[in-house]
Design a protein around this ligand. Structure first.
Ligand SMILES: Cc1cc2nc3c(=O)[nH]c(=O)nc-3n(C[C@H](O)[C@H](O)[C@H](O)COP(=O)(O)OP(=O)(O)OC[C@H]3O[C@@H](n4cnc5c(N)ncnc54)[C@H](O)[C@@H]3O)c2cc1C
Ligand code: FES
Length: 246
């Protein structure tokens, strides 16, 4: 059975407009993998009542990392937390991205879809090429380590264009064995087409509204191409692109 871990906030800072990078110290040792996520109880008063799902961005020596966009009340409160505050975190949850096993992975992140693929790149630096797509340079997070190739829609930093367009060009000249992606749904739909065109295994990490995070409430059901539904929290969040409706 999954249990909540007590964690202490050690750093919480704005790294781009509306985007916060948070580090926590975990009292117990955990063993998360890139692609897995956590459910964070924002306040001990249970208001807001539901925990918020966030992808794990990294873990080593009891330090856990998250990167999140403030989109509502829960993430707003989280962005204001000060060092020393203790949070209850249910983790690690869901299925990770598979290990490379010698394969070359093209990892495509869109905006705050960065955390799982940042962690993957950290764990598998030699096998992973990570592209981070944002609208313009100001949206690139000012993190201590930036192991990505920036892609901006307006060309203000890095390569110009949408991350999927740049990926399509790269696939023509470089050899990759698989595509992994996390980002907004329209981007993932394009990644699915890209993967099919290139004939490569393509995995996408999905988001869904979650109440429990552990397969009990059925709140996170996502349609499959088979006509059935899968729970994003336990069957995912990582799915084969061809398996899901995008
Ligand atoms: C597996 C997973 C990993 C995620 N990882 C990240 C991440 O690394 N960084 C990041 O910025 N965001 C991530 N999200 C999205 C993040 O969970 C939502 O932005 C957040 O829950 C919004 O909460 P809120 O209280 O601020 O917004 P509100 O709109 O006030 O939230 C109301 C309710 O809706 C839920 N909700 C709202 N938007 C989303 C959403 N997009 N996805 C899921 N639930 C939502 C909330 O959890 C809450 O229960 C992830 C979502 C999932 C499912
Ligand atoms: S969030 Fe409850 S079943 Fe997935």
């Amino acid at each position: 059975m999954k249990t909540y871990h007590e964690c202490i906030v050690t750093s919480n800072q704005l790294v781009a407009p509306g985007i916060t990078f948070m580090e926590l110290y975990t009292l117990e040792s955990i063993a998360p993998k890139p692609g897995q996520f956590a459910m964070i109880r924002v306040a001990k008063t249970r208001d807001p009542f539901l925990a918020r799902p966030l992808s794990i961005m990294g873990y080593s020596s009891h330090t856990l990392k998250f990167l999140f966009r403030v989109t509502g009340r829960g993430t707003g409160l989280m962005s204001e937390i000060t060092n020393g505050y203790s949070l209850e975190v249910l983790m690690p949850l869901g299925n990770p991205f598979p290990e490379p096993q010698g394969r070359k992975i093209l990892a495509l992140a869109g905006g705050v879809g960065l955390p799982p693929l940042y962690y993957y790149k950290e764990e598998h630096p030699d096998e992973t090429t990570l592209l981070l797509g944002v609208k313009s340079a100001s949206a690139l997070p000012a993190l201590p380590a930036r192991p990505w190739i920036p892609v901006t829609e307006d060309g203000s930093a890095g390569l110009k264009g949408r991350v999927t367009d740049v990926a399509r060009q790269m696939l023509q000249s470089d050899e990759f064995d698989a595509i992994y992606a996390c980002g907004p749904l329209p981007m993932l739909a394009e990644v699915k087409r890209l993967g099919a065109e290139a004939g490569l295994p393509t995995l996408v990490s999905l988001e869904a509204r979650m109440a429990c995070g552990v397969g009990v409430c059925h709140g996170c059901a996502h349609p499959l191409t088979s006509g059935e539904y899968a729970k994003v929290c336990t069957h995912g969040p990582v799915f084969e692109a061809g398996e899901v409706v995008l």
